[in-house]
Design a protein around this ligand. Structure first.
Ligand SMILES: *[C@@H]1O[C@H](CO)[C@@H](O)[C@H](O)[C@H]1NC(C)=O
Ligand SMILES: *[C@@H]1O[C@H](CO)[C@@H](O)[C@H](O)[C@H]1NC(C)=O
Ligand SMILES: *[C@@H]1O[C@H](CO)[C@@H](O)[C@H](O)[C@H]1NC(C)=O
Length: 303
């Protein structure tokens, strides 16, 4: 008899796995933006069952509990960096506001059905918070007019981001070889933001000039977003000559310009700089923060 009932229980348990509560889609954005909002969603199907409780955890610590039958159905528990905007959250969607670097971590949604099954299901995923640099990189230490044979030395600095930006120099659009650049380790500050520096160092050759001008470009990349600084450098020997009509080369020397953009067409997120940040946040929330960067790309980044 006991054998039979335990068999029956096993059968019921199997049955419960097939019918009852199902977790359909737990969606945690892979990337959150500093100071923005992040929408976490937990889509489940009760299939005739009653919800007993829905819980959200960050790094194993519960921060939100919804118990429909309780007098106070929503409870939140304080965790550093986790602020739930209760007014903008629903049963399936939780809006985290005031995202900081501390908001990053592993989020888990756990739902439990009421009697008779008490079935509990959960799913988790990691949220990585990105703090983009507030400006394009800076090129320093380089003269605006140089001569063939000069040793050109300078730095490109991308200030305060998370993760650290990867820097690259291009001379007239061609990537500078490793021997022409000097690597420095990123420097962290108290807030955990990182500043990247890349040096450039090479002897100026005639081939470096196109119509008397060399274009030095520094790109800072985080995921599929990039920030660019361009500096144009003039050939001293050409600029020493009387200017050729229609070819006023000096006028372009030392000009710095800035470009920003993204490598893949999917998202405008990193065109942040120079545009209103709040507009971007709205966009992010509306799009429920689809994946901003392809994950494999970000994995290469130095942390
Ligand atoms: C999961 O939910 C997210 C956010 O609500 C949505 O963008 C995505 O398309 C859903 N995925 C599936 C497989 O339903
Ligand atoms: C969250 O951000 C809002 C503005 O967006 C600000 O008024 C509020 O003080 C912030 N709260 C915390 C806990 O940082
Ligand atoms: C470049 O930056 C490094 C590290 O901050 C510094 O030691 C070096 O002096 C700088 N070089 C130039 C040419 O500014």
């Amino acid at each position: 008899m006991r054998n039979k009932s335990s068999l029956f229980c096993a059968f019921l348990a199997q049955f419960a796995l097939v019918i009852g509560l199902k977790l359909k889609n737990v969606s945690i954005p892979q990337y959150g933006w500093m100071d923005a909002g992040s929408m976490l969603s937990c889509d489940f199907d009760l299939e005739e069952e009653k919800l007993l409780v829905l819980k959200w955890y960050k790094d194993g610590h519960e921060f939100y509990r919804y118990t429909p039958t309780s007098k106070q159905p929503i409870l939140t528990f304080p965790i550093d960096g986790v602020y739930v905007d209760v007014s903008k959250s629903t049963l399936n969607n939780l809006l985290l506001k005031n995202v900081t670097l501390k908001t990053g971590g592993t989020y888990k949604c756990e739902v439990s059905a009421d009697r008779p099954t008490f079935k509990t299901l959960s799913q988790q995923s990691e949220l990585i918070v990105i703090a983009p640099p507030k400006s394009a990189p800076e090129i320093t230490g380089i003269h605006e007019v140089v001569s063939v044979g000069d040793s050109l030395r300078g730095n490109c600095t991308s200030w305060r981001s998370k993760p650290a930006a990867s820097l690259m120099f291009y001379v007239n659009g061609v990537k500078a070889e490793n021997g022409d650049t000097v690597e420095y380790s990123p420097q962290s500050d108290a807030e955990g933001l990182e500043t990247s520096v890349l040096g450039v160092k090479f002897q100026v050759e005639p081939s470096h000039f196109r119509n008397g001008v060399m274009e030095l470009r520094c790109t800072a990349t985080i995921g599929n977003g990039y920030w660019v600084k361009i500096k144009t450098i003039s050939d001293a020997s050409i600029n020493a000559q009387p200017s050729i009509p229609g070819h006023n080369r000096l006028s372009t020397s030392g000009v710095e310009s800035v470009q920003l953009g993204q490598k893949r067409g999917s998202f405008t997120g990193l065109i942040v700089y120079g545009f209103t940040f709040s507009g971007l946040l709205l966009l992010l929330q509306q799009q429920q923060q689809q994946v901003l960067f392809p994950h494999p790309l970000i994995m290469h980044l130095p942390h």
